[in-house]
Design a protein around this ligand. Structure first.
Ligand code: SF4
Length: 315
């Protein structure tokens, strides 16, 4: 039986700016993706593919989930398919959706996806019971899509957008679109008007504007101010800026052996002290204590960003 510090496929619950406390499920090997986005917080894509496969056996993920959820987990707002690759590449994603909906229906399910496989009707069927689909779309045309998202050669912008429009028409679940603003690539008035036209054909429930929040793949990608994001949001319908998550204070939590859980979290994405504290429900001092040794041994490195110092695994 797994202990809570040795999970391979689930992580968190992490404090998410959109979903509150989100228990992540990672069903794809590290950096296996259809895209190689310039802003990716998980690093460069090492396996660029559009081939769907049973990359991680569903039974293993289900065993971990069951083990975690049956043992009185901390508060969870969403169980979210996310991680360091594109979850819809796993062609058995429905096994896990069905398991959660049949056994833990009290939890809402979310999917963070890059949208590239939405022309596949079999996928629609597999994900139709997910409560919220958050689909990334950072461009209003193929040329910007290629510059920002650097897709696999068999992925085409128009096909992807048409697939998303059709999915929206057929599957009536919450659909949010995330537009990641990369300065000088997709932040002009013309870019926004072109993107607006596309979103008016999709009719999402929400559009969320986001920008760099933690270290990205390419160092030239810079964060955008909240004011600029708010200004750009005015071009779009139902648009909002993703706000920082305000985590509760956990100063009195009990110290437990959290080293593996911190590593598991940082392997998926760089975090600040506050992110780790909120995710693992331990105090800032406790986080510092755990990080100290790992930094000394160069297991973990740091990077200074506008939101604070980020910690990430030295690979
Ligand atoms: S941001 Fe998402 S879609 Fe883009 S390369 Fe990273 S994991 Fe893939």
């Amino acid at each position: 039986m797994n202990t809570k510090s040795s999970y391979q496929y689930i992580f968190g619950p992490v404090p998410s700016r959109r979903l509150g406390f989100s228990l992540g499920i990672d069903i794809i090997p590290h950096k296996t993706c259809t895209l190689d986005c310039v802003y990716c917080e998980c690093g460069k894509t090492t396996h660029l593919t559009c081939k769907r496969s049973h990359y991680i056996q569903s039974e293993l993920v289900i065993e971990e989930l069951n083990n975690y959820l049956e043992t009185d987990p901390p508060h969870i707002d969403y169980i979210t398919f996310s991680g360091s690759g594109e979850p819809t590449l796993n062609d058995h994603i429905d096994d896990i959706v069905d398991f959660i909906k049949s056994n833990y229906s009290q939890y809402s399910l979310a999917l963070l996806t890059n949208t590239t496989l939405f022309s596949n009707r079999k996928l629609w069927e597999q994900i139709k019971n997910i409560d919220v689909v958050i689909a990334s779309l950072d461009a209003g045309n193929e040329s910007i899509f290629k510059k920002i998202n650097r897709p696999h050669p068999q992925i085409h912008y128009q096909e992807m957008v048409d697939g998303l429009i059709e999915f929206r028409n057929q599957v009536h679940k919450q659909l949010w679109i995330e537009y990641f603003v990369v300065p000088e690539l997709n932040d002009t008035e013309e870019d926004m008007l072109q993107f607006r036209e596309i979103t008016q054909r999709i009719h999402p429930d929400k559009i969320q504007l986001n920008s760099l929040d933690r270290p990205g793949t390419e160092s030239w990608v810079q964060p955008v101010s909240k004011e600029k994001l708010a200004y750009l949001a005015r071009y779009l319908d139902q648009a909002e800026v993703i706000h920082e998550f305000k985590a509760p204070d956990f100063q009195n939590s009990v110290i437990q052996p959290y080293t593996n859980r911190i590593l598991s979290l940082l392997e998926r994405r760089p975090c600040t002290l506050e992110d780790i504290s909120a995710s693992l429900h331990i105090s800032l001092d406790q986080v510092k204590e755990y990080l100290h040794d790992m930094i000394q041994h160069r297991i973990i490195e740091t990077k200074d960003m506008s939101r604070g110092i980020f910690y990430f695994v030295n690979k």
